[in-house]
Design a protein around this ligand. Structure first.
Ligand SMILES: [Zn+2]
Ligand SMILES: [Zn+2]
Length: 370
């Protein structure tokens, strides 16, 4: 079939919406008619080369839609199901999956780097030449073929824009708090970087009864937004890791149990570490450049039992956690719809990135069913 999709021809180019060929789903694959896709910083990292990506590629990895066809052997979904898409399918059989770390699946990650699906081949093409998938999903398109294990069925009353965000930003943020850190009631939490991921972490910390929950950002407007989501304090980035950490330590009464870092900047990671109290942990979820390094004062690690916790995709298991997150959204305890600040069409995807980079947007969502 033919689909319209936003293609990155090469690193540094702007996205072009063109018509591509999409092959039918193979074994254990699913054709999804897309309804909504979030615009994520990781897509921009692919565009500007911060993260190496095989081109030409259809970007987008935060989507939701309706199952239109299933390939041989698919059991997880049926035609007509509404699904949120996970960019971290897992094989269930490798060493990491058997250690209950599906987010680190050693089958899926190498496959993702090929720009193909789980078998390393692509379903997208143009004039017979391959076009590559991005993170198994390629949601900047009218439809996509994805691994069955990327499909998580959702209730039909959940809006597609919210379901799409659960596929990346929300799960990355709430999972870091609930799964990686295991925040408990009364824990002191700081969130550094109040974009879509950071605000998701903020909502998750509030939902489990963390107190205080301190928002940290370089933009005063982001702190205002964080306060409107329920943050108890706002700390403006003070120009250095040390000064910012000192401000967090002061408003938290001596340091936080968990400092969630959502920007990927090494100086913000250092601030997260320095803001922790004894036995506290910096939880690092922002993706830095591949060559970035992080320098920390070593003595306080044994002396204060400080920790650094890495978190990819919120250490989550999408099959379990998307449903939990959406149930809390439906009961009003996670107001995820408040993250959606702009709705654009597929053709406006370039403007979506402008909005994201300007800091004026919380989350931009493409409405793909127009
Ligand atoms: Zn993302
Ligand atoms: Zn695996």
């Amino acid at each position: 079939m033919k689909v319209r999709a936003a293609v990155l021809e090469r690193t540094g180019a702007s996205l072009e919406v063109v018509s591509l060929d999409l092959a039918p789903p193979g074994p254990a694959e699913v054709l999804v008619r897309l309804e909504a896709s979030g615009v994520c910083h990781s897509d921009f990292n692919a565009i500007d080369g911060t993260a190496e990506t095989r081109c030409p590629a259809v970007l987008g990895h935060e989507g939701a839609g309706v199952v239109e066809a299933i390939g041989p052997g698919v059991t997880r979904v049926v035609v007509g199901d509404h699904v949120a898409l996970s960019w971290a399918p897992s094989c269930g059989m490798c060493g990491e999956c058997l250690r209950d770390l599906p987010q680190l699946c050693s089958t899926a990650w190498p496959a993702m780097e090929t720009g193909g699906l789980m078998d390393g081949t692509t379903r997208l093409s143009r004039d017979g030449e391959p076009v590559f998938h991005y993170s198994f999903l390629s949601t900047f398109a009218e439809a996509c073929v994805v691994p069955e294990k990327s499909c998580v069925p959702i209730p039909k009353d959940v809006p597609f824009d919210v379901a799409g965000l659960v596929g990346c930003a929300v799960t990355t943020g709430v999972g870091a708090v609930w799964r990686t850190a295991g925040v408990r009631p009364g824990d002191r939490v700081a969130i550094i970087g109040c974009g879509g991921v950071g605000l998701s972490a903020l909502m998750a910390a509030l939902a489990v009864g963390a107190e205080p929950v301190i928002a940290v950002d370089a933009a005063p407007a982001k702190l205002e937004t964080a306060r409107s989501f329920g943050a108890s304090e706002g700390v403006l980035w003070a120009g250095s890791a040390e000064a910012t950490a000192e401000a967090i330590r002061e408003v938290s009464g001596g340091g936080v149990d968990y400092a969630i870092e959502a920007t990927g900047r090494p100086e913000a990671m250092a601030a997260a570490f320095l803001a922790t109290r004894a036995r506290g942990a910096a939880v690092l979820i922002g993706i830095p450049r591949a060559d970035a390094t992080l320098t920390l004062p070593a003595l306080s690690i044994p002396r204060m039992e400080r920790r650094v916790l890495g978190s990819i995709y919120g250490s989550s298991r999408p099959e379990r956690d998307f449903g939990t997150t959406l149930a809390l959204y439906r009961s009003g305890r996670l107001p995820l719809d408040r993250l959606v600040s702009h709705r654009l069409s597929l053709d406006e995807v370039g403007r979506g990135f402008e909005l994201m980079r300007s800091g004026d947007a919380l989350r931009v969502v493409l409405d793909l069913n127009t």
